[in-house]
Design a protein around this ligand. Structure first.
Ligand SMILES: [Fe+2]
Ligand SMILES: [Fe+2]
Length: 230
């Protein structure tokens, strides 16, 4: 069901918003920032893990996320002549500091699953273009990260029932964040449309009134009124 809605959402975006090149570039910019942010989260996780093997694996994982961020930066420039703007990273830990470290990897795992699905659907819906080629490369890595993170959090001692419960919790939390983000976007769009309508409805009236005043050679202005207000 989730996959179906995601596929429909991607199709709709490709058929509407993404038809505008600047919107497509902005979306690529978003992907770049998310990948770069992933590197930060992985390094935060590495700092809390003692096992050198797991630290090394996560470091390699972070290098792949870094290369995805670079790939998206490069692809961004192929869709716009604007320079890539600086990102505003949240830099907020995925779990509270006292939670077991495997829970961070559970969060990363769910993010990897979502990224694999979303990038795959976008690549399927695009014609032969640079973004499709970039996504094809990245999707392979992301699919590997899905299995890797699941394996790692179990090596850190997480029990299968706890892992399943945590995946469900993370998915719900991400769904809620997504809902809030999209609702804000809808409210912003509706507000912009209403303001535009008000502006375009009032502008002709204001123009008429200004024209009428300018018909006289002198524009009357009561200076004393200004003095009274002061
Ligand atoms: Fe990635
Ligand atoms: Fe990844």
């Amino acid at each position: 069901m989730r996959a179906f809605f995601e596929r429909v959402r991607v199709k709709l975006a490709l058929a509407t918003v993404w038809k505008v090149p600047s919107n497509k570039a902005a979306a690529i910019r978003g992907f770049q920032a998310t990948e770069a942010d992933g590197v930060w989260h992985l390094h935060r996780a590495i700092a809390r893990i003692d096992d050198p093997k797991i630290r090394a694996i996560l470091f390699t994982h972070s290098l792949e996320e870094e290369s995805h961020a670079e790939e998206f930066s490069h692809t961004y420039q192929l869709y716009t002549s604007d320079r890539i703007p600086p990102a505003t990273y949240e830099r907020k830990d995925l779990t509270a500091g006292n939670e077991p470290i495997w829970k961070v990897l559970a969060y990363v795992h769910v993010g990897e699953e979502d990224a694999t699905a979303r990038f795959g659907y976008i690549a399927d819906g695009l014609g032969d273009e640079p973004l499709k080629r970039s996504l094809a490369k990245i999707v392979d890595d992301e699919a590997g990260h899905v299995d890797l993170t699941d394996h790692l959090l179990r090596s850190l001692g997480a029990q299968p029932a706890d892992v399943r419960r945590e995946y469900r919790r993370v998915r719900l939390a991400r769904f809620w964040e997504d809902w809030l983000r999209n609702s804000k976007r809808v409210v912003d769009t509706v507000a912009a449309v209403l303001l535009s309508i008000a502006y375009f409805a009032l502008a002709p009236l204001a123009t008429l009134s200004a024209r009428r005043r300018l018909e006289d050679r002198y524009v009357e202005f009561d200076n004393n009124r200004v003095k009274q207000i002061a």
